[in-house]
Design a protein. Structure first.
Length: 320
């Protein structure tokens, strides 16, 4: 997979909850982390003979995924600890596992004692972290008046806002999509009719979004971008969310109106409860290999994430 953009913004952590995970994701170590890192560099190096020789998830699994022997050993060790291993991911780097007896008190207490170091060839166990995780920081003090923005309307050649959007942006101290597109130099691309046609953009979301909000945005800007949804681990729930997801998706719609957008929604189980939703979302996006661009606005400091989870995510990013 050739991921053209991976924009990761860091937000502070939310409060932890005490509910229990439905499953854990056992992340296997790649066959050779050194060889994987070297290939990830070479595939982006114009001087390399493998420049742009991207691998499918199956090719990646055969070259860098865990070996059949390592996978069998981990499955055996999981069963020995009272866990039922599930399907193997397409990249051969993760296995879901649930307690063999269901989510009773005893298996849950056993789950919480698991560590990656207790298994051979396991890099991390996602879904047991009691620490808080990422959450959006989309807030404005009600006691502070927004300053008006005097930046003029910009004819970029791309999507143009309706009067309601221009008025709302001005009064809220915000910017419309055309103003931001102009600031980032997209006008020349628009003039050449480069609107993102033929590109699929995956948007990573840990909260729900109201489709009517997206429809209102598209109507205002006079665009009609196809949007599809892929729900991971049951999805992100229902409702309108905090507005973070809507902002993420509408940014993409406003800047690349010729693209196809796939919204990947999963539970923010690291900050709402133990669970592996954040890792599973990245894994699904990368292993489905549908998108050329991945957009993310969720994250946290690596020191809060923990070294095993950071390594597990870094392996996915190298695969991408």
């Amino acid at each position: 997979m050739a991921a053209g953009v991976l924009a990761l913004l860091l937000f502070p952590a939310a409060s932890a909850a005490t509910t229990s995970p439905k499953h854990v994701t056992v992340v296997l170590a790649p066959r050779s982390s050194g060889a994987l890192s070297a290939y990830a560099r070479a595939v982006s190096d114009p001087a390399s003979p493998v420049y742009h020789h991207y691998l499918t998830p199956g090719q990646f699994a055969r070259r860098f995924g865990a070996t059949a022997a390592a996978i069998a050993r981990v499955r055996l060790e999981l069963r020995a600890r009272g866990l039922t291993p599930g399907a193997l991911s397409a990249n051969h780097l993760s296995i879901r596992a649930v307690p063999a007896g269901g989510l009773t008190r005893r298996p849950l207490s056993m789950l919480r004692r698991l560590t990656a170091s207790a298994f051979t060839g396991v890099e991390a166990i996602e879904g047991l972290r009691p620490e808080p995780g990422p959450h959006p920081l989309l807030a404005r003090s009600h006691g502070r008046r927004a300053s008006r923005v005097s930046t003029p309307h910009v004819a970029t050649g791309g999507p143009q806002p309706c009067a309601a959007a221009r008025n709302a942006a001005s009064s809220a101290g915000a910017y419309t999509a055309d103003q931001i597109a102009s600031a980032y130099g997209l006008s020349s691309a628009y003039r050449s009719r480069d609107l993102g046609a033929g590109i699929t953009i995956a948007v990573y979301e840990l909260e729900p979004v109201d489709p009517s909000d997206l429809a209102a945005f598209q109507s205002c800007y006079g665009i009609s971008v196809p949007i599809s949804y892929t729900r991971v681990d049951g999805g992100a729930g229902s409702g309108v969310g905090s507005g973070e997801a809507a902002l993420d998706i509408e940014n993409v719609l406003g800047y690349a109106p010729g693209a196809h957008v796939v919204v990947y929604e999963g539970p923010n189980s690291s900050s709402g409860a133990p669970g592996s939703g954040p890792y599973d979302l990245f894994s699904t996006i990368i292993n489905q290999d549908r998108a050329q661009v991945v957009s993310v606005s969720w994250g946290e400091c690596e020191s809060a994430l923990g070294a095993p989870s950071a390594r597990a995510e870094n392996t996915l990013f190298e695969q991408a």
